[in-house]
Design a binder for this molecule. Structure first.
Ligand code: IPM
Ligand code: MG
Length: 404
């Protein structure tokens, strides 16, 4: 599936995942853009650095974005806004109104990470995570694309055996604004015996068709295989999920649909991950399985994500967390955020050439042996967050992209 691209440095393999969804299939996700000057396009990007390593990785991704854009005649107007713990410290809420309006008015949103020890004991509505869930809901970004690709350069960083990990290239399509994360009723109450009871509701209705369509379209542009993951042997919400996904399959005769229970899927992902192409699943199973899939690739520090709505700005973020233990120490891996910036260009703005510059530049930096601590192996060059960013930046500059 990998295509070779000649750069002026050396030949690099570009994983198919990076090109997984074509322009046509993303038409509904296109956003507005003002023409700045003849031949130049201008977009407004809201940056939400957040907490922990978030600010470090976002500032690097911003530079890479700017550079790739300028080489392709694209200008950005960046607006940085608070979210998560940073917003709690500043104004006392995890998602200020101003951040919501800035995000809604922009063409795309790039988020770092949220959360940290400092706010761990806050009440639920004052936790940094609440800010993330609220921004997803406010932007109505129901489709979360989480690619997991084992890059040839990083096979040995995987915890799985080389023959199991090599060549893995899958996409988790996670439903992001429904299910147990948002379902009502929810709460903690005291029952008649004076005992505390915590409860949540897994509920799905029209959201199933919506996410299934995105998944079928995604699979169609990849290897044409879609596995729907549920718990239909126990949960009613999953029974309906399976029924609706099955019903829609007739509209996509070119896609081979299968179903799998989530416990089996978790096992199959480490037993034989290459059997998967596109996985579609609900909010909570997608949360869990995408973390699991990330480790096949060697490090959660490598994986980007795109969260898309029907119209309006998408939200792009690395799937790793805020890593407070290494925050501010120049140890973080910026590649997941840099690759999220590439997804922003491709899926959010339709700027495929600029996106490709970034994807290729990441591969060149890896080919040249640069590694942050999380993906380091003997014989490679250990660098910090900033130096890795500079290496990518250099390669963004030096490449002549192939036509897309
Ligand atoms: C993720 C995270 C979030 C989620 C948390 C931080 C709310 O784990 O993006 O996967 O559960 O969705
Ligand atoms: Mg998660």
């Amino acid at each position: 599936m990998a295509a070779a691209l000649q750069t002026n440095i050396r030949t690099v393999k570009v994983p198919a995942t990076f090109r997984a969804v074509s322009k046509q299939s993303l038409a509904p996700f296109r956003v507005r853009c003002a023409v700045a000057s003849p031949g130049k396009k201008r977009y407004t990007i809201t940056l939400l650095p957040g907490d922990g390593i978030g600010p470090e990785v976002v500032s690097i991704a911003k530079n890479v974005l700017q550079q790739a854009g300028s080489l392709e005649g694209v200008e950005f107007n960046f607006r940085e806004m608070p979210i998560g713990g940073a917003a709690l410290d500043l104004v006392g809420v995890p998602l200020p109104e101003e951040t919501i309006s800035a995000a809604k008015e922009s063409d795309a949103v790039l988020l770092g990470a949220i959360g940290g020890y400092k706010w761990d004991n806050n009440e639920k509505h004052l936790r940094p995570e609440k800010g993330l869930l609220q921004i997803r809901a406010a932007l109505k970004v129901f489709a979360n694309l989480r690619p997991a690709t084992v890059l040839p350069q990083l096979v040995d960083a995987s915890t799985l055996k080389r023959e199991v990990a090599e060549g893995v290239d899958l996409m988790v399509v996670r439903e992001l604004t429904g299910g147990i994360y948002f379902g009502e009723p929810r709460g903690i109450k005291t029952n008649e015996n004076g005992e505390e009871v915590g409860f949540n509701t897994e509920v799905y209705a029209h959201e199933i068709d919506r996410i299934a369509r995105v998944a079928f379209e995604t699979a169609r542009k990849r290897r044409g295989k879609l596995c729907s993951v549920d718990k239909a042997n126990v949960l009613e919400a999953s029974i309906l999920w399976r029924k609706r996904v099955t019903a829609l399959a007739s509209e996509y005769p070119d896609v081979e649909l299968s179903h799998m229970y989530v416990d089996n899927a978790a096992m199959q992902l480490v037993r034989d991950p290459k059997q998967f192409d596109t996985i579609v699943t609900n909010n909570i199973f997608g949360d869990i399985l995408s973390d699991e899939a990330s480790m096949i690739t060697g490090s959660i520090g490598m994986l980007p994500s795109a969260s898309l709505s029907d119209s309006g700005p998408g939200l792009f973020e690395p799937i790793h967390g805020s890593a407070p233990d290494i925050a501010g120490q120049d140890k973080a891996n910026p590649l997941a955020t840099i690759l999220s910036a590439a997804m922003l260009l491709k899926y959010g703005l339709g700027e495929e050439k600029a996106a490709k510059r970034i994807e290729d530049a990441v591969l060149v930096a890896l080919n040249n042996g640069f590694r942050t601590g999380d993906i380091y192996s003997a014989g490679t060059k250990l660098v910090g967050c900033k130096e890795m960013g500079e290496e990518v930046l250099k390669s963004v500059d030096s490449q002549v992209p192939a036509s897309v």
